[in-house]
Write a new protein. Structure first.
Ligand code: PLP
Length: 501
């Protein structure tokens, strides 16, 4: 199977090259030339298998140039009890007869990014070795909070790689920040960038497509790649858990074979929900993809009107990993919607770049609306969703998942659609203990408590232990203190990699 670019559909690449390179030279994103299909029989077979077998079924259908034996070895190493704290890897919990919640945060950094970033380093280093690459791979990451830590954990001390993470100075939660600035490893670099996530992501993207800068690296025996969800190697492992959720519900008889259901995804960069779109096209009987945004509700407006307009205020919210105005992976969906016309993508993305907006034609908008339903939750609504979910189900959700829950309720109310739904839970509530406790117990309860006292309090309210990776943060030394302006990201890379020596 070959990969093409959303801005050049004549391109033909193997998956290893697409994963190694991350983003296409002309700025487009890699997409598979066809979407593999799974049959009803495949799903029934997978229902009796474990997560690793399900992962093999999905990954082997996309990554055809990885050998069976090696792919199995990679999957075995990535999804096991050393790095995930439950054997199901991505367990599905039943809240009531029609609402299920899939917990995607049982990996080492307690957010769903681990689902892909625990395997990406293996996929990438394998690709590097097999393609005869002799350069050191430099992973550049822009993070809205969770990708950074997950990528650092995945790539730390991986031979033949360096990893550089840029996070927005004021845009991540205290725990997210602590997780990153205390990161150990001999190949890791972390810096705060003044500005918001979009500034950081735009900076990183412009470095990727800067031919002169790439040449400078090449001359020093290095090349860039990406661990952001623009990399196909990030997306394809995310398709697995949608297949896994469906087959789990087949096994428990909560769904009949072929029974349609909806998926609710708290969305930022559009990677997670795009993986659900691929799962749907592989044959998982997903009906609506419900796209939940926080106060940065550009996607809600887009789905309603077909106008993608970034000329608006940017808000910092209590669901920081969704504080994004430029959702990169939307480009991959649009490419499919307009029948893979790369010239159309060049026009839309060119307009976005130059004017900050673009507008879909009527046909494409209709297609978009047949697939997606969009809604958003503001801060008060997010807190209320946490509180209500706790009271109704005795189940604690984090602020990102809560945005999804609010929008799901809105969807039910507005459409009267009673199909079953799976809400994907993207982070452990322990990653955002202050806001979660505020929602459940009220502001007075957290006042005067520091971050770690708040963690203790949440543990006692929930009757569960603080995840070990978070409790240990209190005593870890800060190892990364760099703060810089977005304009100085190139210089920071030069310093980190000691390129001017
Ligand atoms: C990254 C993230 C999201 C958004 O996911 P996208 O794939 O960027 O849409 C939502 N919730 C949490 C907790 C995240 O870390």
């Amino acid at each position: 199977m070959y990969y093409l670019s959303t801005r050049n559909n004549e391109l033909r690449m193997h998956s290893m090259d697409a994963i190694k390179q991350g983003i296409s030279q002309e700025g487009g994103l890699f997409v598979p030339e066809t979407i593999p299909k799974l049959s009803n029989r495949d799903f029934l077979e997978l229902a009796d298998k474990d997560y690793r077998s399900r992962a093999f079924k999905v990954l082997s259908s996309y990554l055809r140039d990885y050998s069976t034996e090696d792919l199995n070895r990679i999957i075995y190493a990535a999804y096991g009890k050393d790095n995930f704290d439950c054997p199901e890897i991505a367990p599905v919990k039943k809240l009531d007869d029609s609402l299920f919640i899939q917990e995607l945060w049982h990996g080492p950094t307690y957010a769903f990014k681990d689902m892909a970033l625990q395997i990406l380093p293996y996929l990438m280093t394998y690709a590097v070795a097999k393609t005869g690459e002799d350069k050191e791979i430099v992973i550049l990451v822009a993070t809205s909070g969770d990708t950074g830590k997950a990528a650092l954990e995945g790539f730390r001390d991986v031979n033949g790689t360096q990893i550089i993470v840029f996070y927005p100075n004021e845009g991540v939660s205290p725990i997210q920040k602590l997780q990153m600035v205390t990161q150990e490893g001999k190949n890791v670099h972390v810096a705060a960038v003044k500005g918001n996530f979009d500034d950081t992501q735009t900076g990183v993207k412009s470095i990727f497509t800067d031919g002169r800068f790439s040449k400078l690296l090449e001359d020093r025996g290095k090349r860039f790649s990406s661990a952001n969800s623009i990399n196909w190697g990030r997306l394809v492992p995310q398709i697995v858990y949608y297949v896994s959720a469906y087959t789990d519900l087949l096994k428990s008889n909560d769904l009949d074979p072929g029974e349609k259901f909806n998926i609710v995804v708290p969305t930022g960069n559009f990677g997670n929900i795009l993986a659900a779109y691929y799962a749907k096209n592989m044959g998982v009987p997903i009906d609506k993809l419900i796209c939940a945004s926080n106060r940065n509700n550009i996607l809600t407006d887009f789905i309603k009107t077909g106008v993608y307009d970034t000329r608006r205020d940017f808000y910092k919210t209590i669901s920081p990993s969704m504080d994004i105005l430029i959702s990169s992976n939307l480009e991959r969906l649009l490419f499919e919607l307009c029948d893979r016309q790369d010239h159309q993508l060049r026009i839309w993305m060119g307009e976005l770049n130059e004017t900050g907006r673009y507008k879909l034609d009527g046909e494409s908008l209709k297609m978009l609306q047949s697939i997606l339903w969009g809604g958003s939750a503001d801060e008060e609504q997010t807190l209320k969703a946490i509180r209500d979910t706790y009271r109704q189900y005795n189940y604690i959700i984090d602020p990102h998942t809560a945005v999804g829950k609010w929008v799901y309720d809105e969807y039910r109310e507005e459409t009267r659609d009673t199909k079953k739904a799976i809400l994907v839970s993207t982070a452990s509530p322990f990653k955002f203990p202050g806001d979660v406790l505020k929602a459940i117990k009220g502001m007075e309860y957290i006042q005067g408590k520091d971050d770690f006292q708040v963690l203790e309090a949440l543990a006692s309210v929930s009757g569960t232990k603080i995840p070990p990776g978070l409790s240990e943060l209190e005593n870890k030394p800060v190892l990364h203190q760099t703060t810089l302006a977005a304009g100085n990201m190139r210089q920071a890379i030069i310093n980190f990699l000691e390129l001017d020596g």
